[in-house]
Design a binder for this molecule. Structure first.
Ligand code: UN1
Length: 476
């Protein structure tokens, strides 16, 4: 049984949950402790107690801790990648790359610890100096989703610790294995007790206890827009600082002048890799009329050839859906798309493989219209729809016609259209001739509209959320 980590001790939970492999439901990875409210509160209390010393600790100590975590993640990427693929269902290549990314993120923030700087300005009043510095915020509650079981925890925990905050970490219930492995590494990295705490368990109980507790100064959260709205209404009245990453319905525009090979590769990767379970996935393919026929033919050929199978088989390109609940949602949307009048070009059926798992053929709809629910709502599965556009202007209007605004992509060989799109796409991240999903670890991540709330994650921009600014005046 894998236990929770509170105040520097491994503690049994109030119950346990089995972690099951979505590629093979007979394969139980392990039992993971489930915390109750009292344990969540004990973790918060430990973090509060550890904050005064940690927030004033030396930067060398913090850099060393983060570097140790980075080195271990990178050294164990194959083993931890296998665990990640086994519990979440993304392919071994994707899972190993995700563990490496988590390691790079810890390494990046080990460096950032040493680079934190402020400003020194003159006052408008003679004889006074002004310093602007950044200080830690306090206790940060970190709540993460199941689709990136180690990279998302890394990109929230590493900056939180780098800038001198204490952490209460509540990973997704579905994938506790990678989160527990990361916590175990952190427990040996040289952190004082209480600086980092792990509480596994359901959002309704453990997540809720963290969100509601007035001692938690800030919350960094990634999940759906609906849950995000609940976090805002629970935590904003008590003035918690919030950083929320929520859904996407990301467009990939393909213009008549696109390189067809590049466009198909961007669409297939962006829509279906990681089984479409990325908030950055391109679920709306907005294609200009002149290239539409050719694009659809090429897509059909490429999508039908994708190898769907056990996440840990070396030739698998698309792993299973991560859970039964998500599979049901995907199948409901596929049925809905047909009812709404879109045409299912290929895929959309549950598949049988050697082991019992949540296998689903990647589904591509054509003749979708912007009002259809499959064109508007985040599905979070291997389901994409093609919408046709008359012109570049029409394509960008369709791209922006969404409640979300995380990523937006365009495939074009025209510098003019690419530049115009970069400026006018209403999204936090814009991709030209690259897939909408799969981002770098050292630059800001986040969106607009219903996709994000609060300051950006990652890169040096992470300091905006994980620190608070102080302006000091000194009479010389
Ligand atoms: C990526 O596309 O590389 O939940 C990252 C998600 C995002 C991360 C996507 N927060 O899918």
């Amino acid at each position: 049984m894998k236990r929770n980590y509170i105040a520097g001790e491994w503690v049994a939970g109030a119950g346990a949950l089995a972690n099951v492999n979505p590629s093979d439901l007979s394969d139980v990875i392990g039992e993971y402790a489930q915390a109750d409210e009292a344990q969540a509160q004990a973790a918060i209390e430990a973090a509060v107690a550890a904050f005064p010393a940690w927030s004033t600790s030396g930067i060398q100590l913090r850099a060393d801790v983060l570097e140790r975590v980075a080195a271990e993640l990178l050294a164990r990427r194959t083993e931890l990648g296998d665990l990640l693929a086994r519990e979440e269902g993304k392919t071994l290549a994707e899972a190993t790359a995700e563990v490496a990314r988590a390691g790079q993120i810890f390494r990046f923030f080990a460096g950032e610890v040493l680079r934190l700087s402020g400003d020194r300005l003159a006052s408008v009043r003679p004889g006074i100096d002004i310093e602007v510095t950044r200080e830690p915020i306090g206790v940060v509650g970190i709540i993460t989703p199941w689709n990136f079981p180690i990279a998302i925890p890394a990109w929230k925990i590493a900056p939180a610790l780098a800038y001198g905050n204490c952490v209460v970490f509540k990973p997704a219930d579905l994938v506790p294995g990678s989160a527990w492995a990361l916590a175990e590494i952190l427990s040996r990295a040289g952190l004082p007790p209480g600086v980092f705490n792990l509480v596994m368990g359901p959002g309704s109980r453990v997540g809720q206890a963290v969100i509601a507790d007035a001692r938690v100064d800030a919350l960094s959260f990634t999940d759906s827009a609906e849950t995000g709205a609940r976090v805002i209404s629970a935590a904003a009245p008590r003035r918690a600082k919030l950083q929320l990453e929520m859904g996407g319905k990301n467009p990939l525009v393909v213009l008549d002048d696109a390189d067809l090979g590049i466009a198909v590769e961007c669409a297939v990767q962006g829509s279906f890799y990681s089984t479409g379970q990325r908030c950055t996935a391109s679920s709306r393919l907005i294609v200009q009329k002149g290239i539409l026929g050719e694009f659809v033919r090429a897509m059909r050929e490429r999508v039908e050839a994708l190898k769907v199978g056990d996440a840990r088989q070396p030739d698998t390109q698309i792993g299973p859906v991560a859970s039964h609940a998500q599979l049901d949602i995907d199948l409901e949307y596929i049925a809905l798309g047909r009812q709404e009048g879109a045409r299912l070009l290929c895929g959309g059926q549950r598949m049988k493989r050697a082991t019992d798992g949540f296998y689903l053929e990647p589904a591509l709809f054509i003749d979708a219209t912007p009002e259809m629910r499959i064109s508007r709502e985040e599905i979070f599965g291997p389901v994409a729809c093609v919408l046709s556009a008359d012109s570049h202007e029409h394509a960008i209007a369709l791209a922006n016609d969404t409640p979300f605004g995380l990523t937006a992509g365009i495939c074009t060989t025209s510098l003019k259209h690419a530049s115009h799109f970069k400026r006018h796409a209403q999204a936090g991240m814009v991709m030209v001739n690259v897939p909408t999903a799969g981002v770098d670890f050292h630059v800001p991540f986040g969106g607009r509209k219903a996709s994000s709330y609060g300051p950006r994650e990652q890169g040096r921009y992470a300091a905006e959320f994980f620190t608070t600014v102080k302006t000091a005046y000194t009479a010389a």
